[in-house]
Design a protein around this ligand. Structure first.
Ligand code: HEM
Length: 433
């Protein structure tokens, strides 16, 4: 086992400029209002102009074509994932001070851990996502989804059959599922949810100094909670992921260290629910205005899994991810020096015309919808992909069966939290007969 690595690196104060010979875009900003409102036409234009280019506003080389994104994902020796959680811009000193607390020491364990440690740890994290564990969660998922939907319909009935879907279901359901998966006690749900909101601003947005400090404080509190929880589980095992990790640690401390167990538990809470909240909303954003496709799901629920895949392609909850080059290399005909920070643009790759027929049309019957890149590819391929899809399928099964008249309300008012990666509406008002 090698030395542990810190989870977060400070964004560099000085960044490499445009590689020699690389086209430069001076204005495009993935945090710009126009891109946040509708990234797809802009992403396509950028891809058609220059498949690989340097975006001066953020200091990243942007990779827009599917073949180049896949090349990056499948060559981890050349393209490291060490920067995937790093703040986009340098942090305010006061936020850094909060995270300098001597007991804030989560270690990189999954998406930003290098080989060979990543592979060693992934043996255990993969086991945790076994089919058996997903099956044990499925009943709980249905029960909670039904209960949240009951509450949404009840409360909505006194508000003209209207409800805000994020608050009613899309946020609480994935959060509670991942907390049960880990093994957190149900009584702590509300408290933990408060600590996990806003995390996307920290690593993928541009929070104000005050926001950075608040988020850093939540991260510290949540880390301490995870440590206490792990210590408690050490003495009181149960049928959950945390207990499985502790069993593996007990079996061989060299294979999985105690701090790695604590850090996996800490890291999953965010990875495991925010993108699913977005996915649940995005399925409705795609389906509800296309009445014929919604009706097709009402009539034949067996079409739902492919509708979820098509949502992941057409309106993904994750539209970009990052890497950094470890050595001089060439990508898409552009020479990149070691240390080049890459912005992999899923929004352009998932709608590439030579990969998907008629890519700007949402089609639940698309035969190759699942060939999207939204869960990544290669050694870091999303561990929660099946869990996320199962949640989206269950939510759609219930909605199509119980509220077939569901439709969007106030759709023009959708806003998207400014960040470079995660995409889903901040709020989603729905109504029904
Ligand atoms: C729609 C929902 C989700 C999307 C779009 C998504 C997307 C991704 C992406 C793009 C990656 C990075 C792949 C790479 O770096 O090559 C990733 C990694 C990961 N995801 Fe997800 N994810 C989702 C849901 C979940 C859930 C529900 C969980 C867990 C409960 C989860 C856990 C992870 C973990 C642990 C990794 C790191 C795997 C590794 O490095 O070995 N994700 N995900």
């Amino acid at each position: 086992m090698t030395e542990t690595e810190n989870t977060y690196h400070q964004a560099p104060d000085e960044i490499l400029g445009a590689p020699r010979g690389c086209p430069v875009h001076q204005d495009w900003n993935p945090l710009g209002d126009d891109y946040l409102a509708d990234p797809y036409p802009i992403a396509a234009q950028l891809r058609d102009d220059h498949p690989v280019f340097y975006a001066e506003e953020v200091g990243y080389v942007v990779v827009t074509r599917m073949e180049d994104v896949e090349e990056v994902f499948t060559n981890p020796d050349i393209y490291a994932s060490s920067n995937v959680q790093d703040p986009l811009y340098p942090l305010d000193e006061r936020a850094t001070d909060v995270l300098a607390a001597p007991d804030f020491n989560p270690t990189a364990v999954m998406s930003n851990r290098a080989e060979p440690d990543h592979a060693r740890i992934r043996v255990y994290t993969r086991k945790g996502f076994s089919k058996r564990r997903l099956r044990t969660l499925e009943d709980y998922m249905r029960e909670r989804a039904n209960a949240l939907l009951d509450a949404m319909l009840d409360t909505g009935a006194s508000n003209g059959n209207r409800a805000e879907y994020v608050k009613a279901l899309a946020f609480p359901l994935p959060a509670e599922i991942v907390f049960r998966f880990i093994g957190f006690p149900q009584n702590d749900d509300e408290m933990i949810k408060q600590w996990c909101v806003e995390r996307k601003a920290f690593s993928w947005g541009r929070p104000t100094p005050e926001e950075q400090i608040r988020i850093a404080e939540h991260m510290l509190t949540y880390w301490r909670y995870c440590r206490e929880f792990t210590a408690d589980r050490r003495d009181n095992r149960s049928d959950d992921f945390a207990s499985e990790l502790l069993d593996a640690h007990d079996a061989d401390n060299n294979e999985l260290s105690y701090i790695e167990v604590e850090s996996i538990i800490y890291g999953l809470s965010f990875a495991g629910h925010d993108p699913v909240t977005n996915l649940l909303c995005n399925t409705l954003l795609c389906l509800l205005p296309r009445r014929d496709q919604w009706q097709a799901l009402v009539d034949d629920p067996s079409l739902i899994p492919n509708a979820v895949e098509e949502t992941l392609r057409f309106e993904s909850s994750q539209i970009a991810w990052r890497r950094v080059t470890t050595q001089d290399t060439t990508l898409g005909g552009i020479d990149l020096p070691a240390g080049t920070r890459l912005f992999l643009n899923f929004a352009s790759a998932n709608r590439q015309p030579d990969r998907f027929d008629d890519p700007n049309t949402f089609n639940i019957h698309r035969p190759d919808a699942s060939r999207h890149i939204s869960f990544g590819k290669g050694i870091h391929y999303c561990l929660g992909a099946n869990l996320a899809k199962m949640e989206a399928v269950i939510a759609l099964e219930l909605l199509t069966q119980r509220v077939p008249s569901l439709r969007l309300a106030d759709v023009d008012e959708n806003t998207y939290f400014p960040n470079i990666t995660f995409r889903g509406p901040d709020a989603l008002w729905v109504e029904w007969d």
